[in-house]
Write a protein that binds this ligand. Structure first.
Ligand SMILES: NC(=O)c1ccc[n+]([C@@H]2O[C@H](COP(=O)([O-])OP(=O)(O)OC[C@H]3O[C@@H](n4cnc5c(N)ncnc54)[C@H](O)[C@@H]3O)[C@@H](O)[C@H]2O)c1
Length: 363
């Protein structure tokens, strides 16, 4: 397989590239603009392999995308490049619309132009896999799960931009016949996760015995998916998914944010039993504007139809993640010192005086 991965220097994209290049032996062209959220050191394990190539480019650059398709001649595209941080989308939405909506459009058009002139067999085999989020479905009440039939109801600039891109992808299938697949997944966590998101930020703050700020009452629920399970799900959908279909991907691990933070504290206390319990560092801070209350994915379709199932429980995945951060300061320390030190983002002006540190609880 020859696959273009967009956003392959990000959190999920780099896990996917490590898997495809290192474990599956596929030829991969990673196209990434290298925004603040990227990190080429996450690709260290595969960077020197002959089946890996990197192109620094913006998916909004139509000429660069057309050239990449012609030169690389992919069998498939796995599209992950996006602005992905909800709080940043609240503070500044323009980049989200540009990359997530317009960038996806450019990529669809580059794919279509390339796919249209392929020989019949290659045309049939070609796939465009679009990676999206469960946040497009909005917020759940006390009960129920998101299924593939749940109506779209995005509520943040981030989720609205992802919902727009999902609709574009479906339209390119219906209108032009482009062989697309869409996945909507829950919150990922695991090694190499940029420390602006809940789990790595709390983990690093707890290691350094800094305050662990929790939004609102801490009772918002997110459904956790170990990133290495997710990339296997993406590969499964690419290989065996039915064209035109959507698959929800989740790890069957819904949990309140406060419980997640407490588990991190307890695990770290176990690994580093020094000083007072880290739960004492938990601090409640003003909530995110429009904070979705509960997400929970029903992954029955991908489990029964394609035979994929998350291998990690939340406990085993979190333990692996904590150990990885303890052993890999070379990866995260430069990010904490030079790229992002944890200042709060995404507050409206009225709230911003009281919240200083960020805990991102979304995708
Ligand atoms: N992280 C999650 O929990 C989660 C959950 C559901 C869905 N998703 C989706 O999965 C995908 C990957 O998420 P992630 O957490 O790895 O994101 P990330 O922010 O870690 O990485 C995004 C990558 O895309 C690149 N990028 C951004 N704009 C670009 C552009 N214009 N051109 C080329 N590259 C660009 C960045 O440089 C970065 O390497 C996204 O589409 C996101 O919406 C993520």
């Amino acid at each position: 397989m020859r696959v273009i991965v967009t956003g392959g220097a990000g959190f999920i994209g780099s896990a996917l590239v490590r898997h495809l290049v290192g474990e599956r032996g596929w030829d991969v062209l990673n196209i990434d603009k290298l925004t603040y959220a990227s990190n080429l050191s996450s690709l260290k394990p595969v960077a020197d392999k002959s089946n890996y190539r990197f192109l620094q480019a913006d998916i909004c650059d139509a000429d660069a995308m057309h050239r990449a398709f012609l030169e690389f001649q992919p069998d498939a595209v796995m599209h992950l490049a996006a602005e992905s941080h909800v709080d940043r989308s609240i503070s500044s939405s323009a980049e989200f619309i540009k990359t997530n909506v317009l960038g996806t459009h450019v990529l669809l058009e580059a794919s279509r132009a390339y796919w249209t002139v392929l020989p019949p067999e290659a045309r049939d085999a070609f796939r465009f896999l679009h990676v999206s989020t469960d946040e497009v479905y909005g917020s759940l009440g006390e009960d129920g799960f998101f299924t593939e039939a749940t109506a779209y109801d995005p509520r943040s600039p981030y989720s609205a931009s992802k919902a727009s891109s999902d609709h574009l992808v479906s339209a390119w299938h219906e209108t032009y016949g482009l062989p697309v697949l869409v996945t909507n997944c829950s919150n990922n966590y695991g090694p190499y996760h940029f420390p602006e998101k809940l789990i790595p930020l709390v983990l690093l703050n707890a290691m350094e015995r800094k305050p662990l700020p929790v939004y609102g009452d801490g009772r918002n629920v997110r459904d956790w998916l170990f990133v290495e399970d997710h990339v296997k799900a993406l590969t499964t959908v690419l290989e065996r998914g039915r064209v035109g279909e959507t698959y929800n991907v989740g790890g069957r691990a819904p949990m309140e944010n406060l419980t997640v933070v407490e588990r991190i504290c307890d695990l770290l206390d176990g690994f580093q039993p020094d000083g007072t319990p880290r739960r004492n560092l938990i601090t409640f801070v003003p909530d995110r504007p429009g904070h979705d209350r509960r997400y929970a994915i029903d992954p029955t379709k991908i489990e029964t139809e394609l035979g994929w199932r998350a291998e990690k429980t939340f406990d085993t995945g979190l333990s692996t993640t904590v150990e990885w951060y303890l052993n890999n300061a070379w990866w995260w320390r430069p990010l904490r010192e030079k790229v992002y030190s944890g200042d709060r983002l995404g507050l409206l002006e009225a709230d911003s005086a009281s919240g200083k540190t960020l805990v991102e609880t979304s995708a």
